[in-house]
Design a protein around this ligand. Structure first.
Ligand SMILES: [Fe+2]
Ligand SMILES: [Fe+2]
Length: 253
């Protein structure tokens, strides 16, 4: 396996590792995003077992011990499994996540005390500025959230828009159709009535770049893509409620 590096927005690097054995024959990618600044931030730590690959990739961009902030979408191995390995090699680094995530997992899991971010809180990275947005249970995880980098208009959207395959680092093509296919295959989202509203709220940031954890980064009208994804989840949730209603009526009959 190798980790490919691409600059997907000014000063934001995508570190991408393709694993052909997951969902073959298309395979699956795992991406982290390194945001450069006076206080560099990484979004996602990568899997613990991929730490060596990712540390070497970061070291091709900057000394790994310069890392100051480590953030992620939600508590899962690919999002934050290597947290303590990064804290060990970067003595000034601090984990940062939402209130729920810190309370439920990170206060215990991280080897150093994390910074707790309320919904809408920002971290000034010096040259870049990231805003934490709570997205509970969307696409999954009570602690779920995303980061929006304000100077480049880049939404680091974690598992949202998950797709198969090893596409280009950056595309202006369709990311909604492949995301719908990814949801059909993996069923990874916690379908919830607030999901469409959560995605439409993200659309109000009008992102110019969507940084996908599992897929290419997208450049273009990010708000339109988020609204289209919201529409599909509305359709999916409506259909599942109707199915549940029919099942309930049959059981009651
Ligand atoms: Fe996930
Ligand atoms: Fe993920």
């Amino acid at each position: 396996m190798e980790t490919k590096i691409s600059e997907i927005a000014d000063g934001i690097y995508r570190l991408s590792t393709y694993v052909p054995d997951i969902a073959p024959p298309a395979g699956f990618v795992f991406n982290q995003f390194l945001v450069l600044g006076d206080e560099p931030l990484m979004f996602h730590t990568g899997l613990r077992k991929m730490f060596g690959l990712n540390r070497d990739a970061v070291s091709r961009i900057m000394p790994a011990d310069r890392l100051r902030w480590i953030a992620y979408g939600h508590f899962e191995a690919d999002e934050c499994g290597a947290m303590n390995e990064w804290l060990a090699v970067a003595p000034n680094a601090q984990a940062a996540h939402g209130q729920t995530g810190c309370m439920v997992s990170l206060n215990d899991f991280a080897d150093r005390t994390p910074r707790v971010l309320a919904d809408g809180d920002t971290i000034d990275l010096g040259g870049k500025r990231v805003r934490f947005i709570d997205t509970p249970h969307t696409p999954h995880g009570w602690d779920a959230g995303v980061l929006y980098e304000e100077t480049t208009g880049t939404l680091m959207c974690g598992d949202l828009f998950t797709q198969l395959g090893d596409g280009p680092a950056l595309t202006s093509g369709d990311v909604v159709g492949p995301a719908i296919a990814g949801e059909d295959l993996f069923r990874y989202s916690s379908l919830n009535p607030g999901m469409g509203a959560t995605l439409r709220r993200l659309a109000t940031t009008a992102p110019r770049t969507l940084a996908l954890m599992h897929g290419p980064s997208f450049t273009g009208d990010g708000a339109a893509a988020l609204r289209a994804l919201a529409d599909d989840y509305d359709r999916r949730i409506h259909a599942s409620l109707i199915d549940a209603g029919f099942a309930f009526e049959r059981a009651a009959a």
